[in-house]
Design a protein around this ligand. Structure first.
Ligand SMILES: CC(=O)N[C@@H]1[C@@H](O)[C@H](O)[C@@H](COP(=O)(O)O)O[C@@H]1O
Length: 371
């Protein structure tokens, strides 16, 4: 099967091609032309790699943090997938929060019964001190047997685990031996402990700045350790979790290809302000900002297209595209997507000049159109 998308402004890390064409064969990009050809006319709109969100708890009334029955998790994962596609996300990891063992295993089992890539387990092995909006009742020490069961129940779909390294540094080689990407987050790690974690192979920091020991010039902690040593750095670019100028500063001091946009979105995303839940915690959303009853930020209502818009406003479209597509894909070992390049999956989005998502393709097949 062949598809030709033409008359598009094609965004690649190397250059922007005005009025170019992308030829797709059997779901794979087979050619990129710097000229128009016959095919589907995109009328000068932007053609970008689709977004990858490796940290999303929910959207549009669906979420992966509340538990009742196994079917619930399946229904929620599939619901999330449908909603996320409308925002240009074609690869995502439903993300858990701290929860009882049985529920965690249900969450893992459920994902094995879907065609979704896999899970991000955010917790339960996190710091009580930096639980943020997560329920401290379900925090526990790193538990190898539990992780082995999660891997088994999920059919090897535990992609990454956010954990607190001061609880047990040996947990990093253990996760690596299972093919899991260890990420450092919700942590009180000091500089030395966090550097050790990255040297042992932790490959990411979870939402830098949020829910971790604060930076101090005589106690630089996990924040400076991440800036110096973490291969990948998650950031929530809603300009609420982290001030816009701090996000801009981060893009100046670290290599752009290490930064990974995540939404950390919750069930209320795309819905009205009101009262919702994150796990069993009650959350209030006001003006799109989610908080726990005691006022802590509780995830976001950010979508990836909005994250992309925000980042584009400070660093431009090409760099924003790396941060929203290519880098998150590589952060979880996916080298087949996240970039418009010959031989890669044709997971693509078309955006108008205001950066609204107009069309979404997965494997070269149109699966969403806004008109
Ligand atoms: C789902 C989740 O856990 N999200 C965290 C939240 O726990 C934390 O409270 C907040 C702000 O953290 P901060 O007050 O340290 O910046 O960041 C994220 O929203």
């Amino acid at each position: 099967m062949e598809l030709k998308l033409t008359n598009a402004k094609i965004i690649t890390p190397y250059k922007e091609i005005e009025r170019g064409s992308v030829i797709i064969k059997d779901g794979i990009i087979s050619e990129i032309l710097e000229e128009r050809t016959e095919g589907e006319d995109l009328e000068g709109m932007l053609l970008l790699p689709a977004f990858v969100d490796i940290h999303t708890h929910g959207i549009g009334g669906y979420d992966y943090t509340s538990w009742d029955s196994e079917d619930d998790f399946i229904k929620n994962a599939i619901g999330m997938k449908k909603k996320l596609i409308q925002h240009g996300v074609t690869t995502f990891l439903p993300t858990t929060v701290t929860m009882p063992r049985e529920s965690l295993l249900e969450a893992c089992k459920a994902i094995s019964q879907t065609d979704i890539l896999g899970l991000h387990l955010e917790g339960p092995y996190i710091s009580e001190k930096h639980a943020g909006a997560q329920d401290v009742r379900y925090i526990r020490n790193p538990d190898k047997n539990e992780v082995l069961e999660c891997v088994r129940e999920s059919n090897n779909k535990v992609i990454t685990i956010t954990y607190s390294p001061e609880k047990d540094l040996d947990f990093i080689p253990f996760m690596l031996s299972l093919g899991i990407y260890p990420s450092i987050g919700h942590t009180d790690a000091d500089y030395e402990t966090a550097v050790k974690a990255f040297l042992l192979g932790a490959s990411r920091v979870t939402h830098l700045f949020n829910a971790m020991r604060a930076f101090h010039h005589r106690d630089p902690g996990v924040i400076l350790a991440s800036i110096n040593f973490s291969p990948f750095i998650e950031i929530i670019p809603d300009f609420i979790h982290v001030d816009k100028e701090v996000v801009r500063f981060l893009t100046k001091i670290v290599d752009i290809k290490r930064i990974v946009a995540v939404t950390d979105s919750i069930i209320a995303t795309d819905l009205q302000d009101g009262t919702y839940t994150l796990g069993k915690m009650r959350i209030r959303v006001e003006n799109g900002i989610a908080r726990t009853e005691d006022g802590k930020l509780a995830g976001s209502t950010l979508t990836m297209d909005k994250a992309f818009k925000n980042l584009s406003s400070i660093i431009g479209i090409r760099e924003a595209s790396l941060i929203c597509s290519y880098n998150p894909a590589r952060a979880i070992g996916l080298s087949d997507r996240g970039i418009i390049e010959k031989g890669k999956r044709a997971d693509l989005i078309v955006m108008d000049e205001k950066l609204n998502v107009k069309k979404v393709f997965i494997n070269g097949e149109e699966i969403f159109s806004s008109s």
